[in-house]
Design a protein around this ligand. Structure first.
Ligand code: DAH
Length: 341
């Protein structure tokens, strides 16, 4: 066979084979066809063995030239095909940054939190300090030190979840009063917000978990006038300057005298309407003058100091202020409901 003719043919063939290759498999097949162990150049080398030394010299040069040409074709084709594949992959994986992003649903402040922040703001402006106490509490603080000894009927009203004989989930924020008084840093002017627990069944006005704010002021010469003045100011800040307050005698073991504070109905202005059930007044909180027995139990000298305390149900205020008629709505976490406040 004429090697020169064969080389010419291979050169031409390589042009079409490599130029038509569009994937790595075809490129590799073309390489093997020309340059593989059993490829066309291997065959030519086989034939070359029969040639004379002079012919070998001449042909060897031509063979090398064509081989190098084809090797170069192979390398450039491989580069072209890989580049194309990369481009296609990049096009496929392209992220469309112009697509609108998924919306993040924003929550909404809970009406109870809003009420709390309002109350906190009113009292801190008056110089009250915010103190927190434990939700898992000793019987001693929740009851004993507040003058509610074992067997006291007030314990039945506030039946709760006992962890053992001595430890329970607090039924009120009042134990924080005892904790702060025991620390002995006087005078005291504090509020204490937080969750409380009672084994009540759920209905429109009850929940086994709810929130209270406790208030306590202890100093020399504190009187019922201070209590009335402070809580009336508070009611006007919360419900408006036209609001009136009244104090009805009540009983709490840790205050003496004790009272419940009503505000004049902010819907009818006190004339009586369906909102206040014809009363003209709405009950807001419990309060009183700190019982001297509590001072004894908490290590404060009752001959020098006096004080007043109050307890506010946060949910109750939220229900009233936002005119919500069922407490259960507050705990459902339905954003459509929460967004209204
Ligand atoms: N702890 C009372 C309750 O849970 C509320 C209360 C009433 C707190 C009168 C007080 C107070 O500090 O003086 O019903």
């Amino acid at each position: 066979m004429d090697i020169e003719a064969k080389l010419k043919e291979l050169k031409e063939k390589s042009a079409t084979l490599f130029e038509n290759a569009i994937d790595p498999k075809q490129v590799e097949e073309a390489r093997l066809y020309f340059l593989g162990k059993k490829g066309e150049f291997a065959k030519i080398m086989e034939e070359l063995r029969a040639a004379s030394p002079e012919e070998k010299k001449l042909l060897g040069k031509s063979i090398n030239e064509v081989k190098e040409h084809i090797e170069e074709k192979f390398r450039s084709t491989r580069e072209r095909v890989n580049k194309k594949i990369n481009e296609l992959r990049l096009a496929r994986e392209k992220i469309d940054i112009s697509l609108p992003a998924k919306k993040i649903e924003l929550g909404h402040m809970h009406p109870c939190t809003k009420i709390y922040l309002e109350l906190e703001n009113i009292f801190t402006k008056l110089g009250y300090e915010v103190v927190e106490g434990p939700e898992i509490e000793y019987d001693e603080y929740n009851f004993e030190k507040l003058n509610i000894e074992e067997g006291h009927p007030a314990r039945d009203e506030q039946d709760t979840f006992y962890i053992n004989n001595k430890i329970l989930l607090r039924t009120q924020t009042s134990p924080v009063q005892a904790r702060v008084m025991e620390e002995g840093r006087l005078p005291i002017c504090m509020i204490s917000p937080g969750k409380v627990y009672r084994s009540d069944s759920v209905d429109a006005t009850h929940s086994p978990t709810f929130n209270q704010i406790e208030g306590l002021v202890v100093d020399k010469n504190i009187t019922f006038a201070d209590l009335k003045g402070t809580l009336t100011l508070f009611a006007k800040e919360l419900f408006g300057p036209e609001i009136k307050t009244r104090f009805r005698p009540h009983h709490f073991p840790f205050t003496e005298p004790s009272a419940e504070m009503d505000v004049s109905c902010f819907k009818c202005g006190g004339k009586g309407c369906s909102f206040c059930k014809g009363e003209g007044w709405i009950e807001i909180l419990g309060c009183g003058i700190v019982n001297p027995r509590v001072f004894d139990l908490c290590g404060i000298d009752k001959n020098i100091y006096s004080g007043f305390a109050f307890g506010i149900g946060m949910e109750r205020i939220a229900l009233l202020k936002y005119e919500i008629d069922d407490m259960r709505l507050l705990y459902e976490n339905d954003i459509r409901f929460l967004k209204q406040f």
